[in-house]
Design a protein around this ligand. Structure first.
Ligand code: NDP
Length: 495
């Protein structure tokens, strides 16, 4: 049933008078899911002002106490897992197992970050002088803006919110317009957990209006953004004008390398999950399969045979293999790439929009495989849909060359039974993540997540390093010698 939401500013849900509204829709049925305020630049300014006002109180709340509130949030999320998992599937279209997985990832991450409240480690470092103590402490940055995409509509907001809050920052969340209800429900979880008014704010509306206004606001000290490369570049430039810390998580063109000694049945399961999980709309999706020529024909046949039995349909049905893509826009963009693929490569299976019956109500595409040479557009550009490019290679060295010759560097994988080659691949592959004998998807919250090249600008989410994005390091010197000691001048040899 459609639900109506306001903005959440200063601890109150309210819609500005005469606000324009937009709807989110179920991509499997096109039925409305939620109604939201089309926020304005003024709404963004109000949300930032609320976060700024709440900052001193939250900063001074002891970090373990902040952690307790987060732990409560993770418990509430767990109690609501079933309901929220269904919402993810209904609003975004990933199959129910993955919808529940999205929420589980949220639970795990909030719980993990709650423990950070008793760590937030600094360092103690020896001084070059006597009777002097040196250390670093972490301090929050201030107001943090989180801008999130639709493909992990609870997990990605939580990755950002929980890490920002435990570090003592206050937050404004701007969710993807397509999945605003998931974003709103995430915020309600924190509200119910006792996050004080103004500490977490929520503004909906077009990224080009609300997102822009948030990033440009002089009271914002940091921006955490996940989305497409072009938007990321724009956000980076806007943030640079205010010398803000801008953390970017962008796209991927992730390869699985399949060597001639690979366990083929194992790889088959991995490639299917990696390429067609979330209808291929994961930034870590397996979008290139680079196969050694000795197993190329055999593996491709295995893959195509399995795909012919693959069920595409109602994502709420636990037996469905793949749901719809997330929106009409997504469908159009993916079909454009499929048309390009048909011109420059050999279509091996799929390649069409599904029609008839329940398919006519939503955005359903066939899982698609192209055989292609390296260098075609479909082998190098991010498609963000259920389209796999298969590339034949003759050697490990060629496989690595092909794997690395793209603009992105998020995830990567190799299937081999040769332990030396596996370790070489860890060294050779230009990516933030490498899997051995597993597909390119499957992040765990206690490990860093992020990539190299156009995938981002060097930061990492998740793991304990996530808090590096949300804290300033203060260096502290305590001189207990009761005299002026001069670093670099009063050395042991000059005494
Ligand atoms: P977009 O870049 O279009 O949108 C991401 C977010 O940015 C949305 O909340 C959007 O709002 C907002 N936004 C749009 N324009 C602006 C702007 N000018 N200023 C500030 N914010 C803006 O990406 P999608 O949501 O379409 O997501 C798909 C892309 O995200 C893919 O390319 C994928 O690779 C990438 N991605 C990367 C991940 C990673 O971790 N590396 C994870 C998930 C996705 P609105 O919805 O209102 O337009």
């Amino acid at each position: 049933m459609e639900a109506s939401y306001g903005l959440f500013i200063d601890g109150r849900w309210a819609a500005p008078p005469k606000a324009k509204r937009f709807e989110t829709r179920n991509p499997a049925t096109r039925e409305p899911v939620g109604s939201f305020v089309s926020g304005t630049a003024e709404d963004a300014v109000r949300a930032v002002a609320s976060a700024k006002k709440a900052f001193p109180g939250w900063r001074d709340t002891p970090a373990p106490k902040r952690g307790e509130i987060l732990l409560t949030a993770s418990r509430i999320m767990r109690e609501r897992k079933e309901e929220l998992g269904r919402l993810v599937t209904t609003e975004m279209g990933k199959v129910i197992g993955e919808g529940l997985g999205d929420v589980q990832e949220s639970i795990d991450f909030i719980e993990y970050m709650s423990g950070e409240g008793r760590r937030l480690f600094g360092e103690t470092v020896p001084s070059e002088l006597r009777s002097k103590f040196c250390m670093t402490v972490r301090q929050p940055k201030g107001v943090v803006v989180c801008i999130t995409p639709w493909n992990f509509p609870t997990a990605i907001p939580n990755w950002k919110i929980a890490a920002a809050l435990i570090s003592g920052n206050t937050v404004v969340l701007k969710p993807a317009s397509n999945t605003a209800r998931c974003g709103a429900e995430v915020v309600k979880v924190y509200e119910a957990a006792g996050v004080p008014p103004g500490v977490l704010n929520f503004v909906t509306g077009a990224g080009s209006i609300v997102g822009n206004a948030l990033v440009s606001d002089p009271n914002v000290r940091a921006v955490s953004f996940t989305g497409g490369v072009e938007t990321g570049r724009e956000v980076y430039q806007l943030g640079a004008e205010g010398l803000k810390m801008v953390h970017l998580e962008l796209g991927g063109k992730n390869p699985v390398i399949l060597m001639d000694d690979a366990d083929l049945p194992l790889a088959l399961e991995g490639v299917l999950f990696g390429a067609f999980g979330t209808s291929g709309q994961r930034c870590t999706a397996t979008s290139r399969l680079i196969v050694h020529e000795k197993v190329y024909a055999t593996f491709l046949e295995m893959l195509v045979e399995r795909l012919e039995q693959f069920t595409v349909g109602d994502p709420l049905n636990p037996k469905t293999g793949m749901g719809p893509v997330a929106s009409a826009d997504q469908e159009r963009k993916i079909l454009e790439y499929i048309a390009i693929g048909k011109k420059e490569a050999k279509l091996r299976c799929g390649g069409k929009k599904l029609t008839g019956g329940e398919y006519d109500r939503g955005y359903f595409l066939e899982p698609t495989i192209f055989e292609t040479k390296h260098g075609t557009r479909i082998s190098k550009e991010e498609i963000f849909g259920p389209v796999l490019s298969v590339i034949r290679v003759g050697t490990y060295e060629e496989a690595v060359r092909v794997a690395n010759d793209v603009d992105y560097g998020l995830s990567s994988a190799i299937y081999t039974r040769d332990v030396n080659r596996a370790f070489r691949a860890i060294h050779d592959l230009e990516a933030g993540i490498t899997y051995i004998n597993a597909p390119t998807i499957g992040a765990e919250v206690q490990l860093p997540f992020g990539g190299v090249k156009n995938t981002g600008n060097g930061g990492r989410e998740a793991g304990s390093v996530a808090i590096d994005e949300f804290t300033e390091i203060k260096t502290v010197f305590v001189d207990f010698s009761s005299k002026l000691q001069k670093a670099q001048i009063d050395t042991e040899s000059s005494r």
